[in-house]
Design a protein around this ligand. Structure first.
Ligand SMILES: [Zn+2]
Length: 323
């Protein structure tokens, strides 16, 4: 069994560090590669040097999902050496046309999503400003340096064939890699020590948001069913006992979902009112991620038929079904 080496890279995000996983044999490759920027690049090259490698030795970087902390250095790696960037066809556009993808998300958030959730103007400015910063600093990967694979394919990693599994929820383009004989699993941000936020993405029609936490719960059940000895997550150390972790996370989600239900039942119908109660002790920036999570809880309640929502004066308005 070829165990990947964890290279821990800094990010400026709340999540802390991100992992790039290194296989040295049969050829040096990475699974994911950190955020863009000098600090991250320095950390990566130093970590490679500690294993007697340089960026020019890497033959491939395989990206689990198109979130910037997982592919940010892909472009730099292609400049530094022969590395080819591999990603599932689902997410390839984020690497090839990042400006266009960010613009679509910015337009959807500015025109549809942020006004509907009733985010205060200063928070809207903060969120859109962050997206614009991401857009301005993204560098595309050249098409000839990108190789796409598909869900169901087998990827050669560390001398073994790994199955590509589609695990939407945190990101609709999320892929995980599973090695059934050695029972190793690259969970990316699908299974982390802490439940990942269901990120609100631009829906394909530009209007109707896809409920992502119900989808995440389905993916979680599929991960639970896999026979896994060792999990290599996108953030944090490798771990085992994945079923125990999933059981705890599910419990926590049900508990928070119940809190959200009670708040709506008590007459808090707007998203921001509920966020400000459920995330009262969190700083303003963290409440935005809290809002993504809360939408997820409300989506679960809606799927269960206990809550529903409508638009009132352009704002999302939640109510108890039959209440
Ligand atoms: Zn991540």
């Amino acid at each position: 069994m070829n165990v990947p080496i964890r290279l821990e890279l800094p990010t400026e995000f709340e999540v802390g560090t991100v992992n790039a996983w290194l296989f040295r044999e049969p050829e040096p490759i990475l699974v994911d590669c950190g955020v863009p920027g000098a600090a991250s690049w320095q950390a990566l090259t130093a970590a490679l040097a500690a294993h007697n490698l340089t960026a020019a030795d890497l033959q491939r970087v395989v990206v689990t999902h198109p979130h910037v902390d997982h592919f940010g250095l892909a472009h730099c790696l292609t400049e530094a050496g022969p590395a080819q960037v591999w990603i599932a066809d689902l997410g390839a556009d984020w690497l090839l046309y990042p400006q266009k993808k960010w613009q679509e998300r910015i337009d959807y958030y500015r025109d549809v999503f942020l006004p509907q959730v009733g985010l205060p103007p200063e928070m809207q400015t903060l969120v859109l400003g962050f997206f614009q910063h991401m857009q301005a600093t993204s560098v595309p990967v050249a098409a000839e340096r990108l190789t796409t694979f598909r869900v169901g394919d087998e990827l050669p990693l560390g001398g073994l064939a790994w199955q590509v599994l589609h695990m939407p929820g945190h990101a609709s383009e999320m892929t995980c890699f599973y090695q059934p004989e050695t029972r190793q699993f690259f969970s990316a941000d699908m299974l982390l020590p802490r439940t990942p936020t269901p990120v609100v993405e631009r829906p394909s029609d530009g209007k109707t948001r896809t409920p992502s936490l119900p989808i995440y719960m389905e993916s979680l059940a599929r991960v639970e069913a896999l026979e896994i000895d060792e999990v290599y997550p996108g953030h944090g150390r490798a771990f085992s006992q994945h079923r125990e972790l999933i059981r705890r996370q599910r419990q926590r989600i049900h508990q928070r979902q119940e809190e959200a239900y009670q708040l709506v039942a008590q007459g808090h119908h707007h998203l921001m009112e509920i966020v400000n109660r459920m995330y009262a002790n969190r700083p303003l920036e963290a409440r935005f991620a809290g809002m993504w999570m809360l939408l997820g809880y409300l989506d679960l309640l809606q799927a269960e038929g206990r809550l529903d929502y409508t638009l009132k004066d352009g704002l999302l308005y939640y109510f108890v079904v039959g209440g």
